[in-house]
Design a protein around this ligand. Structure first.
Ligand SMILES: [Zn+2]
Length: 61
């Protein structure tokens, strides 16, 4: 199982297109992740401009 991170929104997914933003630019080369459950109450979500709960990479190359 290969996990890819979206270069546009950092969302982590197993599919070849991002289910979060619909982008098709996904990278295998990413580091660290956060799980955001409550976007309204998360400093990290605000910093990364996350608007939907999910798993997000901290760094995507
Ligand atoms: Zn995306």
């Amino acid at each position: 199982m290969k996990l890819l991170a979206c270069r546009n929104c950092n969302y982590i997914t197993e599919s070849s297109t991002c289910p979060n933003c619909g982008g098709a630019s996904l990278s295998e080369d990413w580091a660290g992740y956060v799980i955001v459950l409550d976007v309204d109450d998360s400093e990290i979500a605000k910093r990364l401009n996350i608007t939907k709960p999910g798993k997000y990479a901290l760094k995507v190359r």
